[in-house]
Design a protein around this ligand. Structure first.
Ligand code: 13P
Ligand code: SF4
Length: 335
């Protein structure tokens, strides 16, 4: 191994990504395509990634679609353009494959809001409840769960359980409250939330709706109840894109991470998409974790096959069980 690379890999432990200089004249799109072919690698990207990354991905989707792709891929290597829990899920499903994340520090505030030791004590206080956890959680939380869900299948999964089944829903209190509302259940909710979806300004959204009375307001269920109450449609990222493309309206105010607008605009170029404003000086809402990934880091990660997701095998097996259950149920629901 090149000495500089050895030093860079040592530094990787400190900074979470390879910070080698990339030749500014290099065509990163071409270089990434070539590395992908050489290594039989696949790039899976979430809709919240920057447009360049979305454009070069082999598959782009929501958390459920990404897990399903990870389950069925025949590639030898998976480069995950998303956040840590997503890459970790791909590794759980592919223990024999190399799973890479361009920046190991790409975490998730929602996942961080549910530390496993504290959740374990909480669970022990509700011994007759089963645990449904949103996929935005750590391997430690997955290992303590009975079924994983995403925003695409949470409702069906909850509704598939007997009415008298007591349920703990973790870690997102907003998604949990929304599912309680639409299903009439009374799940016990963990008090976690996503920093991106909690920061929308109700006041600014109301004013924006007044300025664009023709626009439909669509929102992700990770938003707070007061925001969801204003929505014409609520759904996962994939469901929001589908609705925006298929609905007869020509303009939409979109309350989720702003990266999704790239796909909406590509799929419906004649429609207008307005990002819902957050309660700060910015006009739109970026996830600071998702946006840690860049095309340069993606290239370096493919080239040097670092940083890699490594999982303890016992934890991997325990955490995979509720994911398999989710994938099985999703097949049953035709999702
Ligand atoms: P979905 O893409 O599954 O709707 O999830 C949104 C999200 O916040 C991912 O971090
Ligand atoms: Fe986590 Fe929210 Fe970012 Fe999604 S948007 S990765 S839930 S912090």
């Amino acid at each position: 191994m090149d000495v500089n690379i050895a030093a860079a890999k040592a530094k990787l432990n400190e900074v979470g990504y390879l910070d080698l200089a990339v030749d500014p004249t290099l065509d990163l799109f071409e270089a990434i395509e070539q590395l992908k072919r050489e290594k039989n690698a696949i790039i899976l990207a979430h809709y919240y990634q920057e447009p360049d990354i979305q454009d070069i991905a082999d598959y782009i989707g929501d958390s459920l679609g990404l897990a399903q792709q990870a389950e069925k891929t025949s590639a030898d290597m998976i480069v995950f353009a998303g956040v840590h829990f997503m890459a970790e899920t791909a590794k759980m499903l592919n223990p024999g494959k190399k799973v890479l994340l361009p920046d190991l520090k790409a975490g998730c505030s929602l996942s961080d809001s549910c530390p496993p030791p504290i959740f374990k004590a909480f669970k022990e206080k509700h011994p007759d409840h089963i645990v449904i956890s949103y996929i935005n959680c750590s391997a430690g939380i997955k290992a303590l769960s009975d079924i994983i869900c995403t925003s695409s299948n949470a409702r069906q999964i909850v509704e598939s359980l007997p009415l008298d089944q007591k349920i703990i829903f973790a870690p997102d209190k907003n998604l949990g409250a929304y599912i309680n509302k639409v299903t009439g259940r009374d799940m016990v909710l963990w008090n976690g939330a996503c920093m991106v979806h909690e920061i929308f300004s109700l006041e600014k959204i109301t004013k924006l709706k007044e300025r664009h009375p023709e626009a439909k307001f669509i929102a992700h269920p990770e938003c707070e109840e007061a925001v969801l109450r204003l929505a014409d449609f609520i759904g996962s990222t994939t469901q929001l894109i589908k609705y925006a493309v298929e609905d007869e309206a020509n303009s939409f105010i979109v309350a989720t991470e702003a990266g999704i607008l790239h796909q909406m605009q590509q799929k419906a170029p004649l429609k207008t998409f307005i990002p819902a404003p957050p309660d700060n000086a910015c006009a739109c809402n970026d996830c600071p974790h998702m946006k840690l990934n860049t095309l340069e880091k993606l290239y370096l990660c493919l080239k040097y096959e670092q940083p890699e997701i490594i999982l303890d095998e016992a934890l991997r097996i325990a955490a995979r069980r509720p994911i398999d259950r989710m994938l099985e149920l999703s097949r049953k629901f035709g999702l």
